[in-house]
Design a protein around this ligand. Structure first.
Ligand code: SF4
Length: 300
């Protein structure tokens, strides 16, 4: 669990670790990089989930169910908005039905929390929920990620899933979604892609979704433009030395990190030199302004 910087949630809860790239929206999945970091930091459930491919880390396809984390929401007394599996996908094929059922039970047992489940596999979500529970939990929101028109069929699967609140994350939006229908969808989140290799988002794609939301009465939340077109100055020295190899950043940014490191060293050196010069001047001024008499210095 961690406090989240994502505006639409309070905390993340990750009973599953590991995933596999599914569609073009996954290409720059920041979670692969995060999993590598957590492995380096010694978090056991992330060990062995990623491997290096060129200059970045990618999933190996290993899925790990973390039974110990199932009780975490039960221990939280204060109501929270909880993003379920921000580091994975609860409906990945590698997650067993029985484990999803246990996650469901944890959510059922804690109606004071609101759970937000985002998936790129709403087909399995709809199938699982229809056959295994059929039950609508008022505190659970269900939603797919839809990055372009190639995957808009995910919205149809969302409609087949029994849910109190249905939402769609159009983030990272990397193409037009076309003339889709948003009736019965309560909430749409829209945003560009982040990261050093971010792909562009066009204003007209955002407007298109905004207009569709207006027609269907869907709440529209614009989250961010993403980082395409701006140079992100991120110092990832930790990754550099810890072995993630600058994953998720290309060689150009890797070079930038080294330049930043040397810049910081040069600034520190310049500060040190200035300090020494100032110290020498003050010492000279002290000597010049005083006289040595009987072994003691006296002011003139
Ligand atoms: S489904 Fe989500 S976590 Fe899995 S690879 Fe795609 S973006 Fe990453």
């Amino acid at each position: 669990m961690s406090d989240s910087q994502i505006e639409w949630t309070d905390v993340t809860w990750n009973p599953v670790a590991g995933c596999l790239i599914l569609s073009s929206g996954c290409s720059h999945c920041y979670v692969m990089h995060m999993a590598c970091r957590l492995e380096v930091m010694g978090v056991e459930k992330y060990v062995g989930l990623t491997r290096k491919s060129g200059t970045r880390m990618i999933w190996r396809g290993v899925i790990r169910e973390d039974r110990a984390s199932l009780d975490i929401p039960r221990r939280w007394q204060r109501p929270r908005k909880i993003f379920v599996n921000s580091m994975s996908d609860l409906f990945h094929d590698g997650v067993s039905d029985s484990f999803i059922a246990d996650v469901w039970q944890a959510m059922r047992d804690t109606p004071h929390h609101t759970y937000q489940i985002l998936t790129k596999r709403p087909d399995r979500m709809a199938g699982f929920l229809s056959t295994h529970t059929g039950e609508v939990l008022d505190n659970v929101w269900l939603g797919p990620s839809v990055e372009n028109r190639d995957v808009v069929d995910r919205i149809d699967f969302l409609r087949q899933a029994p849910a109190a609140i249905r939402f769609i994350s159009f983030e990272p939006l990397i193409g037009s979604v076309g003339a889709i229908e948003l009736s019965d969808i309560h909430w749409a989140i829209v945003g560009g892609e982040s990261g050093s290799a971010a792909r562009p988002v066009r204003e007209e794609w955002i407007d298109e979704i905004h207009d569709l939301c207006r027609i269907s009465g869907t709440a529209f939340f614009f989250r961010q433009w993403g980082t395409c077109g701006c140079k992100i100055v991120t110092v990832r020295l930790y990754d550099l030395f810890a072995g993630c190899g600058g994953a998720s950043c290309g060689f150009r940014e890797f070079g930038m990190e080294i330049a930043l490191m040397w810049g910081a060293i040069a600034l520190f050196g310049a500060g040190l030199l200035m300090g020494m010069i100032l110290g020498a001047f003050l010492f000279w001024a002290f000597i010049a302004y005083t006289d040595l008499v009987d072994g003691r210095r006296w002011r003139r």
